[in-house]
Design a protein around this ligand. Structure first.
Ligand SMILES: Nc1ncnc2c1ncn2[C@@H]1O[C@H](COP(=O)(O)OP(=O)(O)OP(=O)(O)O)[C@@H](O)[C@H]1O
Ligand SMILES: [Mg+2]
Length: 272
C-alpha cells in the first residue's frame, strides 16, 4: 500500500501517521508522524513527560490513539482480528522502562512467560530456549534459577532483554535501557544491542536520555518536541537543527563529551 508521504511496507516496520493522544485536557501528541527503517537503531529523545513512554504504548497497541494510525510491518493496528494481533505481537519484543520482571518468578521463568502465552511448546523445550536467550544476552548459567531481586541492575536489564527476545522478534522496543547502569555497564549494554542487531537483523526503537548511547549506537535520532516528532534524522542533521531545545540538549558539555567519545573509535565505527 503506497502512500505519498510514507512507505508502508516491510522496509518500515513502524509507521505512525497523525497520532493524537490526550488525557482529558492534557494533549500529549498532536499530528505526530514517525517512520522507522528496517535494520536501524533509532533513539527517541525528548524532555521528561513529553510522551515517549506513552508513544511506545501506542505503538505496541496497549493504548489506542485518539486519532491517527499505527502500522506495524504495514499492518494498521486498529483493524486487526485477535489472531492477527497475536501474530503481530510475536514479531515485537519490548523492554519496558524499569524492566518489569515478575518478582515471584525465577529469571528463566520470566523469559518463558511470552512462550507460555504465545506458543504450545513443551515445557522442557521452553526451558532450553529460555536458557539460550539468557546465554545470548550474556548472563551466566546460574542466573537462570535466581529471583530477579538477586540480580544486579545490569543483569536485570539483560534478563529483561532476554524476555523481550523470547519469541525471536524482528522489532525491539527499549524504554531507557541503560538508565541506572554505571558507565561501564551502560557501554556493555549498548554493545550488546549493537551485536544483537548485527546477529539477528533487528530493528530497534530505543527511548533514551543516554547521550553516549545516541552517539555510539544509534543510526538516527527522533526528537519528540511540541507534541510531535520534530526531526528524525542522523545525529549530524539533528545536532545542527536550530530549534532552541535541540541546541540546548545537544550543545551542552555532556553532549560534546559524548560526541568526542563516540567519534573516537566509538562502537558505531566497529560495526561497519
Ligand atoms: N494513564 C495516564 N493517565 C493520565 N495521564 C497520563 C497517563 N500516562 C501518561 N500520562 C501523562 O502523559 C504525559 C507523558 O508521559 P510519559 O510517561 O510518556 O513521559 P516520558 O516522555 O516517557 O517521560 P520520562 O522521560 O520521564 O520517562 C505525562 O504528562 C503523563 O502525566
Ligand atoms: Mg518514560
Amino acid at each position: 500500500m503506497a502512500d505519498a508521504k510514507f512507505d508502508i511496507t516491510d522496509d518500515h516496520p513502524i509507521v505512525a501517521k497523525g497520532i493524537k493522544t490526550a488525557f482529558g485536557d492534557n494533549v500529549v501528541h498532536e499530528n505526530l508522524d514517525l517512520e522507522i527503517n528496517k535494520g536501524e537503531i533509532v533513539g527517541v529523545v525528548g524532555g521528561s513527560g513529553t510522551g515517549k513512554s506513552v508513544l511506545l504504548n501506542t505503538l505496541l497497541g496497549l493504548r489506542k490513539p485518539d486519532a491517527g494510525t499505527v502500522y506495524i510491518y504495514g499492518t494498521p493496528r486498529g483493524q486487526l482480528s485477535e489472531k492477527e494481533r497475536q501474530a503481530l505481537n510475536n514479531r515485537v519484543g519490548v523492554l519496558f522502562q524499569g524492566g518489569a520482571l515478575f518478582s515471584s518468578l525465577t529469571v528463566r521463568e520470566n523469559v518463558m512467560v511470552p512462550m507460555r502465552e504465545h506458543s504450545n511448546l513443551p515445557v522442557k523445550l521452553m526451558r532450553e530456549l529460555a536458557d539460550m536467550k539468557l546465554h545470548l544476552v550474556g548472563l551466566p548459567p546460574h542466573a537462570a534459577t535466581l529471583a530477579p531481586s538477586d540480580l544486579s541492575g545490569g543483569m536485570r536489564k539483560r534478563a529483561g532483554l532476554a524476555r523481550a527476545l523470547a519469541l525471536d522478534p524482528g522489532l525491539l522496543f527499549l524504554d531507557e535501557p541503560t538508565a541506572g547502569l554505571d558507565p561501564i555497564g551502560a557501554a556493555a549494554f549498548d554493545q550488546l544491542i549493537l551485536d544483537l542487531r548485527e546477529a539477528l537483523g533487528l530493528t530497534v526503537m530505543m527511548i533514551t536520555h543516554d547521550l553516549d548511547s545516541l552517539y555510539t549506537i544509534c543510526d538516527r535520532v527522533a526528537v519528540l518536541l511540541d507534541k510531535r516528532i520534530a526531526i528524525n534524522d542522523s545525529l549530524d542533521k539533528v545536532t545542527t537543527d536550530p530549534n532552541p531545545w535541540i541546541q540546548e540538549y545537544f550543545g551542552g558539555p555532556r553532549s560534546r563529551a559524548a560526541a568526542v567519545a563516540g567519534n573516537r573509535g566509538g562502537l558505531k565505527e566497529s560495526k561497519k
